[in-house]
Ligand binder design. Structure first.
Ligand code: FAD
Length: 318
């Protein structure tokens, strides 16, 4: 079922969902199930699976030259989605990227997803390759998520890249896109970011999932701005509990997100890792309760495969 249908069927009740990432290459799928099993009691109607593009590794050769190797450290998104739908009868939502894909690659991936009975995708641009500063599209690829949304919408209307194809199958994907309450790190302003977010909706996106945030006011202000700009689709907040002291620096640096001073000081003064984890859980419970009170349709947790703290939060609020 589509994410938007799950929301409609819930009749105003807030739903619980979460996101996992594929294991490192060489690991088996049991680690994925171990991260999902403890959360099934909260009836997630859908589970997102992230996509991880290729990276470059440089190996020094005997002659001193560097050899560039292209590696994919976390393959398996499509297989994990199929396994989730098969094992749990829950909708799996693969993330689909512009980065590393030609339009032809994308079309073939979407055909695979359609054949597997996957009805939802989140369409993303993806970040730059780790060793590069700026995002570079493939020669025959998309530069922005809005273009990827158009391609998926086209396939939903039976428009393939090869216009000579006759009597074609039409897909029926529900399309999610990303948004940033504190603006995307490359965007010159929040207004311009929302302008391009609206482009994704115009091109066919059905719902929005946000970057993590730790101050609900930023989310509520963002939703107000989107609504004032004519964006009417559901906006699903992304939430992540802080779990380590290192994250105080990692999260702002990696995701361009601010942390509230109260949270920072509580973590700084915590006596050990267990205390930090508990602070993160309690902060996220407060955020979740306020969002539910405001009638938000779904709370989407970045579990990253670590179910324990998400379970503690879900138990308190769902
Ligand atoms: P876009 O919507 O294309 O926007 C990128 C930037 O370009 C923004 O600054 C925007 O304002 C600007 N822009 C957009 N259109 C135009 C235009 N026409 N002209 C000029 N500027 C424009 N990354 C992964 O690699 N794998 C994942 O699974 C993954 N999952 C994610 C899930 C969520 C919910 C979120 C919030 C992010 C996720 N990301 C993931 C990270 C994401 O790929 C990066 O944040 C990426 O840098 C931007 O992706 P986007 O889809 O928002 O890009």
């Amino acid at each position: 079922m589509k994410v938007t249908e799950h929301i409609q069927n819930a009749n105003g009740k807030t739903l619980f969902s979460f996101e996992i990432l594929p294991p490192l290459k060489g690991q088996n799928i049991q680690s994925i199930f171990d991260g999902i099993d403890p959360l099934m009691e909260f009836n997630p109607p859908f589970i997102d699976v992230t996509y991880h593009r290729e990276e470059y590794e440089f190996k020094e050769l005997d002659n001193g030259l560097l050899q560039k190797k292209v590696v994919k450290k976390r393959p398996g998104t499509v297989g994990i989605c199929a396994a989730i739908q098969n094992k749990y009868q829950v909708d799996a939502v693969p993330h689909v990227l512009c980065g590393g894909f030609t339009k032809e690659d994308t079309e073939n991936l979407l055909i695979d997803l359609d054949f597997l009975g996957i009805e939802n995708v989140v369409a993303l641009r993806g970040d730059a390759i780790k060793s590069e500063i700026y995002f570079k599209a493939e020669n025959e690829g998309h530069h922005y998520a809005s273009e990827l949304v158009s391609q998926i919408s086209n396939l939903n209307s039976g428009i393939y890249l090869d216009s000579d194809l006759k009597n074609v199958n039409t897909t029926n994907f529900c399309i999610g896109v990303a948004a940033y309450p504190e603006k995307h790190m490359e965007a010159p302003s929040l207004d311009s970011d929302i302008y391009f977010l609206k482009q994704k909706i115009k091109n066919g996106a059905d719902y929005i999932v946000t970057q993590m945030f730790f101050d609900n006011k930023k989310f509520f202000d963002f939703v107000d701005k989107c609504r004032a700009n004519g964006i009417t689709v559901p906006i699903i907040p992304g939430l992540k509990p802080i779990a380590t002291k290192k994250q105080l620096n990692q999260i702002p640096h990696r995701f361009s997100v601010d942390l509230p001073d109260d949270l920072i000081m509580a973590v700084v003064k915590a006596k050990d890792n267990d205390a930090i984890k508990q602070i993160g859980i309690e902060w996220c419970i407060e955020q979740s309760r306020e969002l539910i009170k405001a009638g938000i349709p779904v709370l989407h947790y970045y579990s990253m495969g670590k179910a324990e703290n998400i379970k503690a939060i879900a138990r308190a609020v769902f």
